[in-house]
Ligand binder design. Structure first.
Ligand SMILES: N[C@@H](CCC(=O)N[C@@H](CS)C(=O)NCC(=O)O)C(=O)O
Length: 237
């Protein structure tokens, strides 16, 4: 899988017949859908796009030009991570990730937490909201005696919140130690679907720094020695 982000003028890679997800490597919403594709062990192609210089064809899949977008049949696409994930879970029910257990209160908190701008624009108030939400989710898990929000196995709700937890781990590296979370509190870190795509806090902070400077380094994983999923990556020859 190439980590290179396609940009304006680049052509659309040929459709292989598999599901195809258009994403940006550092986008938490796109990550939600990658995690669900992985958890359901579906075959798919992943195409990254440069959000500052978008390839023209992305608008034919999503007029908003945002990611993630799922091309589920050639030329047919849906967008928005929540919609994509519900679609995938219903279309491929073999390993169902939804659960009737999740309470409305938890769903509301997850929604609230997902709206919080992280890394680049976190404020003390939004960090406080996030921590409160995390506490409520943790209490819910404890009161039900399960490992995850969805039960003994992670489900849609866990994959929906995970990308935000992952990014919170990078806060100390960006000088925001007070806002950091205790990762030992949340078991989803040990799940294979998460492990194979998650990025180390160092990687998130490096990308964020480039973004704050106004020049997001979308292709940094293609060219540098940054740590991905705790594994050192080789420099390209
Ligand atoms: N509600 C959407 C949010 C998606 C979103 O905001 N994605 C960002 C990237 S992280 C994006 O594509 N922004 C549009 C842009 O940068 O032009 C979802 O859950 O999929």
């Amino acid at each position: 899988m190439s980590e290179k982000h396609l940009k304006t003028g680049d052509s659309l890679p040929p459709y292989s017949g598999k599901l195809r997800l258009f994403a940006m490597r550092f986008c938490p919403y796109a990550e939600r859908s990658v995690l669900v594709l992985n958890a359901k062990k579906l075959a798919y192609d992943l195409v990254f796009i440069d959000l500052d210089n978008k390839p023209e064809w992305i608008f034919s899949f999503n007029p908003k030009g945002s990611v993630p977008v799922l091309e589920y049949e050639e030329g047919k696409a849906i967008f928005d991570s929540t919609i994509i994930n519900v679609y995938l879970d219903e279309k491929y029910p073999e390993k169902s990730l939804s659960t009737a257990e999740t309470s409305w209160a938890v769903l509301k908190w997850v929604e609230k937490m997902s709206e919080i701008p992280i890394l680049c624009a976190l404020t003390p108030t939004s960090a406080e909201t996030y921590h409160k939400g995390l506490e409520i989710l943790q209490k819910e898990i404890e009161s039900r005696g399960t490992t995850y929000l969805a039960g003994d196995q992670p489900g849609l709700i866990d994959y929906t919140i995970w990308p935000f937890l992952e990014r919170f781990l990078a806060l100390p590296l960006l000088g925001k130690t007070d806002f950091a979370i205790d990762q030992s509190k949340y078991e989803v870190l040990t799940v294979p679907a998460v492990k194979s795509y998650c990025l180390a806090p160092e990687t998130h902070s490096k990308f964020t720094e480039s973004r704050v400077k106004g020049n997001p380094d979308y292709n940094m994983l293609d060219t540098s020695d940054v740590v991905c999923c705790m594994r050192p990556r080789k420099k390209k020859e």
